[in-house]
Write a protein that binds this ligand. Structure first.
Ligand code: MG
Length: 115
């Protein structure tokens, strides 16, 4: 079974082979992640929910590519900052569970500060 660490290792090797570390400053990785997220948003822009469903069924790879691009930059950024992404997500989920207790927020989109 492949793990997050296996994927991260592949990304790091891919970057090392191309000597791209010098370009991957934290600022640039953060910007690249945001730009890739914007490319993903562009696929949705001005489309109705139904049009998006049709588009995704016709060309899911296009959406998958943009999601992957975004996640790849975030994985590299977290690694370079010494952040254990797996542990960070688990920790954040615990915080979110405290902020959004099921009995208070079930079926609501209200921000935790207004619950
Ligand atoms: Mg892209």
């Amino acid at each position: 079974m492949k793990t997050y660490q296996d994927l991260l290792k592949k990304l790091i090797i891919f970057r090392q082979e191309r000597q791209w570390e010098e370009f991957h400053k934290p600022k640039d990785l953060a910007m690249a992640a945001a730009i890739e997220a914007a490319e993903l948003m562009q696929e949705f822009l001005w489309k109705t929910d139904d049009e998006i469903l049709v588009q995704v069924s016709k060309d899911k790879e296009r959406f998958a590519d943009e999601i992957a691009d975004t996640v790849v930059y975030l994985m590299l950024l977290a690694n370079d900052l010494g952040i254990d992404m797996y542990a960070s997500i688990e920790k954040k989920m615990k915080k979110n569970a405290e902020r959004y207790p099921v009995d208070k927020c079930r079926g609501k989109s209200t921000k935790y500060t207004n619950l």
